[in-house]
Design a binder for this molecule. Structure first.
Ligand code: GLC
Ligand code: CA
Length: 547
């Protein structure tokens, strides 16, 4: 079931990738135009963020029709063309299935609102008093997770925006409808699927207040989640396709279950624990310096735990919901190139299938917006207000958004250093970052030492040296969390990977076996693999020996 170990997935946030018609919004034709660039990177799959009919209250994660294309992104013919042309270049298209909820504009929800009990059972409606929501659960975008519909005298559940109503997976008709969506796209020739917040679909039998939190413990990795996933995959015959689940606040045990081939669920999973090491008290909206000890411990625990139980990770730093990693864990100033390459090495040498998010291969930085009007994201706008209500000044609130907003990842792909970074000839729907115009595809193609050139090498190495895709991973004893060190090994080869996570010079003990070993790849010239080796700021090095 897992033939995806030597593959690399590239994520395309269509809205910000390439605008083919000058309306300021990226579109499907824009992706087709850039297929040469994408295949030149050496990646195998393109995961497209949702391009389905949607009022775009949440960037397309509010789907109003799963089997038709949103006009701002193009037409079904455009998508057919993309699937075909991508295929010719050996690139498989993966679509994003948002099955936890639909837009309230979806026909099913509209019928429910009109009073049809059959469709009300597609969602989670509860009778109740207009002043008291059924539970105290909190929406992931802030505020209570229930919305009252006066003319029905009922509340409906929305774990995200109030225009994203949660589906009732208990209802077999809902499950059948969603299977038909998969069947439809499978027939179109797509090669895989990403499942949005899919570990939230199984809700508890009883809805009760959460006295110890925001309600997530009742529905995260819920009671029937494994059953539902197995059924969806089995009944649609997609077990041999690439499938990845986005797992919100999940556990290692559940992720083993989701991705162990014996269970016939998914081929791999995203978890986000390593991207919370800079959340103070686990709260995204409170800043702290990244806790490198915690990062080390989490990587080790998840890598070893998945390996021991035949699970498989999707490994990544960036996506359309995360701030840019070079600004977050690296340095988008002095050590821009070095830190971007180190972070790439860190992820691409782990055990798992790597995902590259558009612009990551350029070292694109955070947006560095300094006024609230530059922001577009519903979550950012909601939390800006919540932070002000909590007593933060505008300046403080903007500083937090500057670090945490999802819009940091959603600025236009930087094709060149001209107007709007070559993304559009019109007015872009969101502006280009204030810094790093040099993070663009033209400049990086000309520079053999660019961040893009380095990503290409990493992606190619995965196919050349099987130990990267299939070797076991182990972690030597180390008490220095400033360094991320691990070893990969198979019958033929072994690798020793050292990453300096800091802007300080560090020294590292190289095990005897690897002293004077070949440097497979590294982000500085002339690393000397001596017993006591010196690392420069953000240095990454991969040492290689025959086994
Ligand atoms: C996932 C998506 C995110 C979206 C949310 C609700 O986390 O990645 O962009 O807002 O689900 O669908
Ligand atoms: Ca367009």
């Amino acid at each position: 079931m897992n033939d995806f170990k030597d593959k690399t997935v590239y994520q395309v946030y269509v809205k910000s990738f390439c605008d083919s018609n000058g309306d300021g919004i990226g579109d499907i034709k824009g992706v087709t135009e850039k297929l040469d660039y994408l295949s030149g990177l050496g990646v195998d799959f393109l995961w497209l963020n949702p391009v389905f009919i949607s009022p775009q209250n949440d960037g397309g994660y509010d789907v109003a029709d799963y089997v038709n294309i949103e006009p701002m992104f193009g037409t079904m013919d455009d998508l057919d063309e993309l699937i075909e042309k991508a295929d010719e270049k050996g690139l498989g298209i993966m679509l994003d299935m948002v099955f936890n909820h639909t837009s309230t504009q979806h026909e099913w929800f509209q019928k429910a609102l009109a009073g049809d009990p059959e469709y009300q059972d597609y969602y989670i409606f509860k009778d109740g008093d207009p002043d008291t929501p059924p539970t105290n659960w909190v929406s992931k975008f802030g505020g209570n997770a229930w919305e009252y519909v006066p003319k029905l005298g009922k509340w409906y559940l929305h774990l995200f925006d109030k225009t994203q109503a949660d589906l009732n997976w208990e209802n077999p008709k809902v499950r059948e409808e969603l299977k038909n969506v998969i069947r439809f796209w499978k027939k179109k020739g797509v090669k895989g699927f990403r499942f949005d917040v899919v570990n939230l679909i199984s809700k508890p039998e009883v809805y009760e207040n959460d006295d110890r939190g925001d309600g997530r413990r009742f529905y995260t990795d819920g009671p029937k989640i494994h059953e539902y996933l197995h059924e969806l995959v089995h009944d649609t015959g997609i077990k041999d396709m690439i499938t990845v689940g986005e797992m919100s606040s999940t556990t290692l045990d559940n992720c083993i279950g989701y991705s162990n081939p014996d269970n016939e669920e998914l081929s791999m999973v995203f978890n986000f624990h390593h991207l919370k090491v800079d959340y103070k008290n686990g709260d995204k909206w409170q800043l702290q310096e990244p806790d490198l000890k915690q990062l080390n411990d989490l990587i080790r625990t998840w890598q070893l735990g998945m390996q021991e139980n035949n699970g498989w990770n999707a490994v990544f730093w960036c996506n359309h919901d995360q701030p840019r990693v070079v600004s977050r864990l690296g340095d988008d100033g002095k050590y821009w190139k070095e830190s971007a390459k180190m972070l790439a090495t860190f992820v691409h040498m782990l055990r798992g299938t790597p995902y590259v998010y558009q612009g990551e291969e350029l070292g694109m930085p955070n947006a560095h917006f300094d006024d609230i009007d530059s922001y577009r994201d519903v979550e950012s706008k909601n939390y800006y207000q919540i932070l002000l209500d909590e007593g933060k000044t505008k300046q403080e609130a903007l500083e937090i958004l500057g670090e945490r907003s999802r819009d940091n990842a959603r600025t236009p792909m930087q094709w060149d250093d001209g107007a709007n970074a070559g993304f559009t000839t019109g007015e872009p729907w969101i502006s280009v970052p204030k810094i790093k115009p040099e993070a663009n595809t033209i400049a990086e193609a000309e520079d053999p030492d660019s961040i893009t050139a380095y990503y290409k090498k990493l992606i190619a190495l995965r196919k050349e040296l099987p130990v990267i895709a299939g070797g076991t991973i182990s972690f030597p004893e180390s008490d220095d969390s400033d360094l991320m060190i691990y070893e990969r090994s198979d019958d033929n080869d072994k690798l020793y990977i050292v990453n300096n996570l800091t802007d300080k010079e560090k020294s590292v003990k190289i095990p005897e076996d690897f002293v004077n070993a070949e440097v497979l790849i590294g982000n500085y010239e002339d690393f000397k693999p001596e017993a006591e080796a010196a690392l420069r700021p953000y240095e990454a090095v991969v040492l290689h020996k025959k086994n």
